[in-house]
Design a protein around this ligand. Structure first.
Ligand code: PLP
Length: 284
């Protein structure tokens, strides 16, 4: 009896199972999973688990058909090979391996990983005495200020936007408050003032955002960190987004409506001047 893993159909001892670090499950939590138990070698509620797996895969637009993957047969084989009888099967399908970018190409091949371990027994006292719980506010996932690798929601936003022909999407609250994009902070310019959503738990506190704010203050440009409504965004003189990987990108239109003239504005251009020039640009 031993813990084993199955990677894309190949069974290996668990300790030898490895996945590439650019697997999108590892870098973005871009995947779905199931936990299935077996009693005396028989998987319990297998069809129900595989149905939910398919729904989860469809939900994140993972293009696969769980029935053609032969998952049932692989799961039964793993349960038999590990030899525990009572088995905990962990099954994970990720979007696959690709160079790290939120947006993915349609050509990525999903990775299927399973582990087969002895099913832990539940302490009998927990069943006989019962357990203690507490209530908490639903904070799932309300910590956008934490630069977590759990980026599946961001990945889905970016790819849906891309499919609709946009570079990215600006995330707004149900009250039409502007937050940020899937991977960058947002600034607007109004009457020469630079305005950006306040750094609360609903946005990532971008390092580039901080650099821009400091830079603007040093240039005597007035800055405001406060709530920005969608209507204020649409009426702005300029809109731009910022992140470490893009520095600044001017936004020419939102939802098909031009921002002012529909051309990059002077404040974004001025802010861009304060960034170090790339070696390629310096040599051009
Ligand atoms: N907002 C989100 C959601 C991001 O993922 C990022 C960068 O990854 C940013 C903002 C910008 O942060 P920074 O300027 O530190 O790169």
């Amino acid at each position: 009896m031993s813990d084993i893993a199955c990677i894309n159909g190949n069974f290996v001892p668990l300790a030898e199972a490895l996945v590439p670090i650019e697997d999108r499950g590892y870098q973005f939590a871009d995947g779905v999973y199931e936990v299935i138990v077996a009693h005396g070698g028989a998987p319990f509620l297998l069809d129900e688990h595989l149905d939910r797996l398919q729904r989860s895969a469809d939900g994140i637009r993972l293009d696969l058909d769980c029935t053609t993957l032969g998952l049932g047969a692989l799961i039964r084989r793993g349960i038999e090979e590990c030899g525990y009888g009572d088995v905990m099967v962990y099954l994970q399908i990720t979007r696959g391996v690709a160079s790290r970018e939120h947006a993915y190409a349609g050509s990525i091949t999903p990775n299927l990983v399973m582990t087969f371990k002895r099913k832990p027994t539940i302490d009998a006292a927990l069943r006989s005495d019962g357990i203690k719980l507490e209530t908490v506010a639903d904070t799932r996932w309300a910590h956008c200020n934490i630069k977590s690798i759990a980026l599946l929601a961001n990945v889905m936003i970016k790819n849906a936007a891309k499919q609709r022909g946009y570079f990215d999407a600006i995330i707004v609250t149900p009250d039409d408050e502007v937050l940020e994009t899937s991977c960058a902070n947002v600034f607007i310019v109004r009457d020469g003032r630079l305005i950006t959503p306040a750094a609360d738990t609903r946005i990532l506190h971008g390092i580039t955002r901080g650099f821009i704010l400091n830079n603007a203050r040093a240039l005597q440009i007035s800055v405001e960190e406060r709530s920005v409504g969608r209507s204020e965004l649409m009426a702005a003189d300029e809109v731009f987004m910022t992140s470490s990987s893009i520095d600044i990108l001017p936004v020419c239109s939102v939802d098909g409506q031009p921002i002012r003239s529909g051309k990059p504005g002077p404040i974004a251009a001025r802010m861009l001047e304060s960034f170090p020039k790339s070696a390629a640009a310096a040599n051009a």
